[in-house]
Design a protein around this ligand. Structure first.
Ligand code: WT7
Length: 566
């Protein structure tokens, strides 16, 4: 076992300028993420190292070295340039997790254009809103998704090119053009566009758990944060086989599913298939995955299947596990210790932060249920919601806030200056989440601002309630939301889904209530438990409490374009 540096050692040894030096970047010089992730790795003598091992749901496999990545991204880049795509224009990636998605991302950035990945399961309306907002010039897609693009293109005059990566002999229509990445003449040399630190790079639409989706614009300098956090927080080492199971339609899938690993010259594996516990364990075992970056929604699904299933597979290759997207309940950490012999490390960040900002580091003792501490170089605190001054006592909840200025911070929201300005108060960037800090400087997540429950003037976060519920063996998932109350203004109501083999009943409700009563303050105790078959979630897997809350208050729910099962 390597001796891992302590948090204090990390704090004194790390800096963004160290990352710049390691990347060979001199401030003021051109900086291009696409080049950094491919050409640079080849120049470091790793041209023949595998960059991507791809597998689809049938088990078909493709392998690409860093030299393949360099040449094929050149090939895509020169195709785009020949079509007339200009630096700064938005090129949308609307693809399943096929190799063209990962390599296309690198290719788009090499031309100086902006990569705009969108989740391929989006329907035409969700796609339309985001392409219209960004005035996107081109979209790269597959035959199977073409009908959605065809339905909306007449309303998208700016969308000049619809590029189909698997057109075959299918007849194409106006503005459509076929491009086969692996059959196209390989472009050995491409003049990478000399973007600089502040040139726009990636445009991500936030998953929109609340309100309208917002387009968060990132710049090429973001690689400095993504490179360093991937190396330190995800503990990536040269011989690793890394799996990030997030879709590049969300920021996790680009910051840590493309830029983080490839800028570190790490081999990554991709499974282009939906969730299935057995299949996932098979994949982890077959690919000998060493570092796995996942999400609570997936971990809960695995927990539901129990610990026997992982024991049937040889998962001894796994060295490091990390999670993002929602609060990681203490119960999930304890379960992963049981199932894999190691804990999941929580990482907190957002589309807007571009990289991990608060986290449990490899060398740091984990407190199950806590998000950990700020990444070195990030100044994070908890603010009093009225004064916007840092809360001075430990244990007092407030707004999670960051000092602006880290490299991967988003630079603006597309056409939403007011929304952007509203994120900053008193010299702080507000994440829109609440937490408290303990005496050791660990952050304890409470809930999203909008999900906090105000009962008789006391604020209660859904996270502690849901964590307590999850400890009951019958509970699969839960969502604690506010419900109107004549006396206390709001009280807590819990929606609960059950694991296989359990049936809803008044007795079970009582039993769950009795058990959590020992864990929760009277204020946080749900007044009611409603058993449901499923909870509303975003396509990225987050529970959308807002919908349940609106139901309780008989209010309209607003934008639902990213919600999956409503
Ligand atoms: C929101 C950001 C960044 C990756 C994917 C989501 C919630 C994220 C955690 C965590 C508690 C978390 C927050 C945050 N969130 N990670 N470790 N613990 N909450 O990106 O769609 O922009 O969502 O996800 O509410 O603000 P996103």
């Amino acid at each position: 076992m390597r001796n891992l540096p302590s948090y204090e050692e990390l704090l004194s040894g790390l800096s963004w300028s160290l990352a710049e030096r390691e990347l060979g970047y001199q401030p003021g010089e051109p900086l291009n993420i696409g080049w950094m992730c491919s050409d640079r790795i080849c120049r470091l003598g790793q041209a023949d190292k595998l960059a991507l091992i791809w597998e689809d749901y049938l088990g078909n496999e493709k392998r690409f070295t860093f030299d393949d990545l360099r040449v094929l991204s050149n090939t895509i880049a020169s195709f785009l340039v020949e079509l007339g795509i200009q630096p700064g224009e938005r090129v949308c990636l609307f693809l399943d997790r096929v190799p063209e998605l990962y390599i296309g991302f690198v290719g788009i950035l090499k031309t100086g254009a902006v990569a705009q990945p969108l989740f391929s399961a989006f329907g035409d309306e969700s796609l339309f809103v985001r392409l219209a907002d960004a005035k996107t010039s081109a979209i790269i897609t597959q035959k199977k998704h073409l009908h959605k693009v065809r339905k909306i293109r007449e309303e998208l005059p700016e969308l000049r090119h619809i590029i189909v990566v698997d057109a075959g002999d299918s007849p194409l229509q106006a503005r459509e053009v076929a491009f086969r990445m692996e059959q196209a003449p390989r472009v050995e040399n491409f003049a990478v566009y000399p973007t600089t630190a502040e040139s726009p790079s990636v445009l991500h639409y936030t998953s929109g758990t609340t309100g309208q989706p917002k387009g968060a614009q990132h710049v090429h300098y973001s690689i400095v944060s993504q490179y360093l956090t991937a190396k330190i927080v995800l503990d990536l080492r040269p011989d690793d086989t890394y799996w990030c199971n997030a879709d590049p339609g969300w920021v996790t899938g680009t910051s840590y599913g493309i830029v983080g690993p490839w800028s570190n010259g790490i081999t990554q594996v991709v499974l282009d298939s939906g969730f299935n516990a057995e299949r996932w364990y098979e994949f982890l075992a077959k690919r000998r995955v060493t570092v796995w970056y996942s999400a609570p929604t997936a971990i809960r699904l695995l927990m539901k299947e129990g610990t026997d299933l992982p024991r049937k597979h040889d998962l001894s290759s796994l060295r490091y596990l990390a999670s993002v997207g929602e609060p990681l309940n203490g119960e999930a950490v304890i379960w992963s210790e049981e199932a894999f012999g190691k804990p999941f490390h929580d990482t907190f960040w957002q589309t807007e932060t571009g990289s991990i900002v608060i986290t449990n580091f490899p060398g740091m003792p984990i407190k199950p249920g806590s998000m950990g501490k700020p990444f070195p170089g990030i100044t994070a605190t908890v603010l009093n919601p009225r004064t916007y001054e840092p809360v001075s006592q430990p244990g007092v909840a407030g707004l999670i806030a960051l000092r602006p200025g880290w490299p991967s911070q988003f630079r603006y929201y597309w056409r939403n200056e007011a929304g952007f300005q509203a994120k900053f108060k008193n010299g702080w960037y507000l994440c829109g989440d609440r937490a408290s800090l303990d005496a050791d400087g660990y952050f304890w997540f409470m809930g999203r601002d909008d999900d906090v429950i105000n009962t008789g003037g006391h604020l209660v976060g859904p996270f502690e309630i849901e964590s307590a519920l999850l400890e009951h063996p019958a509970v699969y998932e839960s969502a604690a939301v506010a419900k109107p109350d004549p006396v206390n203004m709001e009280v807590v109501k819990a929606y609960v889904t059950l694991k296989r083999g359990y049936e809803p009943s008044p007795d079970l409700e009582l039993e769950i209530m009795n058990r959590i009563r020992k864990r929760l303050s009277p204020l946080a105790m749900p007044q009611e438990i409603e058993f449901v078959d499923s909870l509303p979630k975003t396509r990225s897997g987050k529970i959308v409490r807002r919908i349940l809350r609106c139901k309780e208050f008989h209010e309209p729910v607003g934008d639902l374009s990213t919600v999956m099962n409503e």
